[in-house]
Design a protein around this ligand. Structure first.
Ligand code: SF4
Length: 481
């Protein structure tokens, strides 16, 4: 759900798991805290103490849910998985908060999932026809039902059987009474990394979640790989037919934290490289380079260093704009972007400014930021964007507006410039973005990444989201938050 002051794409989720540490639930809460940027609507942990599973799943930020006054206290045991959620698929309701848990023949299974299944609606309809009763509207429950119905043994094979039936993007962690399992879809669209803390194995969406608990980064879980962790160690399985790797390139542009190491690259370094590419591709005479904070900062630094134009923090971000203003009244709606960003008049007055941001989605925020910088006295405002124009929606676990609402779908670059009222507007080229991640250029016959929101070249056949899903069967239930 995008707020009125929020004109970004949003990753839907972050996942975390620990196997074999006495503080597993607390470590999971810390790991989720480091992954908070991947989802702010809800957080959940399922732990196993050797006898029973316990679960806490709530709407809210990790600190609110699992902070000192929170729900962590009764979670016990050496194994745990957790999830932070920012959702479109399945809606924002308490029953969809992950990890989901079910008692299957053979024992309990908890799953937390980042991504989106493109055939979830079809699978769900078939399962319901066969008598399955769904408790939630999330894709993850489809995986649980498919696992429950598999006739294979043990549970890892049942999960593989289930995953062979799903299509789309997923990075998941699953917990049984004996195993922690991590898996990525064959294209490897969403990230999942493996770490160690003493003798405990850790799984996380990003390596920044290892740093907070002092864990060591071991490696990325590979596309199409399942890692099965038990007291005997880690087993790597490659159960799926090999596919070309198509990691989400937007993870480097915006989703991942800059201090994360993802698919062998440091996210901050990639963002600086994009800024340098932009300076090379779209130079401009100016007095200062100003990032739109926070996401535009590394690319602006790269632009400033490459161009020799001084870097200035000409815009300050208020980090405390939160849920209070998610549904503002009409009376304060006109304050708009100023709730989140404020221009430093003292620095900007009389200056030619290059603004750098990560992307333009609807363009509404960009327009207001240009206006704000002009109002602060800037002589010229040039906008540079650290991604190619976002022309298509994402179907792989990212909250995107309908294609018709994307500014780059509606207008040419000149039309976009006029809309946001900048003196000039330029986006990094597709090849420039690929150079920034270390490739020579984009291979148009076999792109090295998923870049579908910039190109429309979808690695996995997209299916329109099921808009009715949130209204289905359980909609009369009262939501306990
Ligand atoms: S469509 Fe864009 S946001 Fe979605 S997975 Fe592909 S690159 Fe990432």
């Amino acid at each position: 759900m995008t707020t009125p002051f929020d004109d970004k794409l949003h990753d839907e989720c972050g996942v975390f798991g620990v196997f074999g540490h006495e503080d597993a639930p607390a470590l999971t809460a810390l790991g989720l805290h480091a992954l908070q940027h991947r989802g702010q609507e809800a957080a959940g942990i399922v732990a196993f103490d050797g006898t029973q599973f316990t679960a806490e799943r709530h709407i809210g930020l990790v600190g609110d849910v699992f902070g000192t006054q929170g729900h962590a206290a009764h979670l016990q045991g050496p194994h745990a998985i957790g999830h932070v959620r920012y959702s479109t698929s399945g809606g924002s309701v308490a029953r969809n908060v992950q990890p989901l848990f079910a008692d299957l023949a053979g024992g309990g299974l908890a799953i937390a999932h980042n991504g989106n299944l493109t055939n979830a609606r079809t699978l769900r309809n078939e399962l319901v026809r066969d008598g399955a009763i769904f408790h939630s509207t999330s894709d993850t429950e489809v995986m649980i039902h498919l696992t429950a119905r598999s006739e294979f043994k043990p549970v890892a094979k049942r999960l593989i059987d289930a995953l062979k039936q799903v299509e789309g993007a997923y990075s998941l962690v699953a917990l049984t009474s004996k195993k922690l399992i991590g898996a990525r879809d064959p294209y490897g669209v969403r990230p999942l990394v493996l770490g160690k803390l003493d003798d405990a194995w850790i799984l996380a969406s990003e390596s920044c979640a290892f740093d907070i608990i002092g864990a060591e980064f071991v490696r990325d879980v590979e596309p199409g790989e399942m890692v099965v962790i038990t007291h005997d160690g880690l087993e790597s399985i490659k159960p799926f037919a090999a596919k070309p790797q198509r990691f989400c390139i937007f993870e480097y542009v915006y989703f991942s934290r800059p201090d994360s190491q993802v698919e062998g690259r440091n996210v901050y370094d990639v963002r600086r490289n994009i800024g340098a590419e932009l300076a090379d591709e779209a130079p401009v005479a100016a007095d200062m380079v100003v990032p739109v904070p926070d996401s535009g900062v590394p690319a602006a630094l790269g632009f400033a260093v490459a161009s020799g134009i001084p870097f200035e923090l000409g815009i300050t971000r208020n980090h405390y704009v939160g849920r209070t203003f998610i549904e503002p009244s009409e009376r304060i709606r006109h304050l708009g972007v100023k709730l989140k960003h404020n221009a430093n008049r003292h620095k900007l007055k009389g200056k030619r400014v290059v603004l750098v941001d990560d992307s333009i989605v609807r363009g509404t925020t960009s327009k207001k930021i240009v206006e704000m910088v002009r109002d602060a006295g800037a002589l010229e405002v040039h906008f540079r964007i650290a991604s190619p124009p976002t022309t298509h929606s994402c179907f792989y676990g990212v909250d995107t507006p309908d294609r018709e609402d994307l500014l780059a779908h509606k207008f040419s670059i000149e039309g976009m410039r006029k809309f946001i009222q900048a003196d000039s507007l330029a986006f990094v080229s597709r090849d420039g973005l690929y150079r920034a991640v270390g490739e020579t250029k984009r291979d148009k016959n076999a792109p090295q990444f998923c870049d579908a929101c910039f190109t429309g070249d979808y690695p996995i056949e997209p299916v329109e989201p099921d808009v009715d899903m949130a209204l289905r069967q359980l909609s009369l239930l009262v939501e306990a938050v």
